[in-house]
Design a protein around this ligand. Structure first.
Ligand code: COI
Length: 366
């Protein structure tokens, strides 16, 4: 029997709920179930350029049905987070890197590129207004979703001359749950998400749409996610629909971390980059290295491949416990989270919650 859909909200959610309601939400926010009731908006128009950020109540977007962004897919987004530190202060994590990535995504889709300084200012103003919405639990955050959309109405195919960027904010647990239960994933053997030279590395809405059919089929078959292979040879592991992927190999010199290189069809994950950086500090060898699905299969059978995990802003760091390879299912180790995965997640969350010194300059206090 199908579930009843929740009604479309007729009014904006309250930006300042009663303290008891806010406490209840922040204790168990789930993933983006409750908007803070406020957004930041920045607009661009040909000839005028970028507006200053405005903080507005959350509300529906009124759009002409001929809007270019709806027909031809000029829509890119970011996923970033603000964390509460051990001392109660709130900081944005790697805001400039998210701003740069939004500009790269926009450039690939011939959209206006927002200056990084303006992007950071819009995020910071929104988080300052929503400071009371930032949860304090370890692993929890205020998830910020900047969406840049072409808003000009035009039926001919050409880049829009008008854009709007709406920054949404939600208190959030990690998207696959705060218990970090290991995921079951299965390699996509029939469809591809992206090809080199396409839009795979930009965070455009179309990439996520392209992943939905296979991801939904994987979920119906009992997996959490689809694991994408390269679009040309269908051989090289790329990423999951929502997260990058890492492997932990064991050889005589100890654990060695690898992740597929970002060569055009993989999202340049900021969590991915953070983990590659943090691995060095933990004394782990780490490399960006092409990995064939056959080598994964073989490594799991022989035990040379000890751990697989996924990384992303929304999900943080989550172990993969079971892998469908297109040729039967294999467990990763004993199917439980491995020690390298746990250490890397702790190292990341410790920096994000300012429990360890921010030696890389990743935190921007708000
Ligand atoms: C993120 O990790 O922030 C993303 O944008 C992935 C999204 C599909 C949840």
């Amino acid at each position: 029997m199908s579930e009843t859909l929740p009604p479309i909200p007729a009014t904006a959610p309250p930006a300042t709920p009663a303290p008891a309601d806010l406490d209840r939400i922040l204790r168990d926010p789930g993933f983006c179930r409750h908007s803070t009731g406020r957004v930041a908006v920045v607009e661009w128009e040909d000839g005028t350029g970028w507006s200053e950020p405005r903080i507005e109540p959350y509300g529906t977007l009124a759009m002409d049905p001929a809007t270019l962004g709806l027909h031809y897919g000029q829509a890119v987004f970011e996923g970033m987070k603000a964390f509460r530190g051990a001392d109660g202060s709130v900081s944005l994590f790697r805001a400039a890197d998210h701003g740069r990535r939004l500009a790269l995504s926009a450039a690939r889709l011939a959209m206006a590129e927002m200056p990084v300084e303006l992007f950071i200012r819009a995020c910071a103003e929104l988080v300052a207004a929503d400071e009371h919405w930032v949860p304090g639990g370890y692993g929890q955050s205020l998830y910020i979703r900047p969406l840049l959309l072409a808003t000009e109405a035009e039926m001919g195919l050409r880049p829009s001359r008008r854009y709007r960027c709406v920054f949404l904010a939600y208190p959030a647990d990690p998207c696959f749950g705060s218990d970090f239960r290991p995921l079951a994933v299965t390699a996509a053997t029939e469809t591809v998400r992206a090809v080199r030279g396409g839009t795979g590395e930009s965070k455009c809405a179309g990439n996520y749409a392209a992943s939905l059919l296979t991801r939904t089929q994987a979920q119906a078959a009992g997996y959490d996610e689809a694991l994408w292979l390269d679009g040309l040879e269908r051989r090289w592991v790329e990423e999951l629909s929502t997260m990058n992927v890492f492997f932990v190999w064991h050889d005589e010199d100890g654990p060695r971390l690898t992740t597929p290189p970002c060569d055009g069809s993989i999202v340049r994950g900021i969590t991915r980059d953070s983990l590659l950086t943090l691995a060095g500090g933990l004394g782990l060898r780490a490399a960006e290295e092409p990995t064939a699905i056959d080598a994964v299969r073989e490594g799991l059978r022989t035990g040379a491949l000890a751990e697989i995990f996924a990384s992303g802003t929304a999900g943080a760091v989550v172990a993969v416990g079971r892998l469908g390879t297109g040729d039967g299912d294999l467990f990763v180790g004993d199917g439980k989270e491995g020690p390298v995965t746990a250490r890397l997640r702790a190292a990341l969350l410790d920096v994000q919650h300012a429990r360890t010194p921010d030696t890389h300059g990743w935190l921007l206090p708000v």
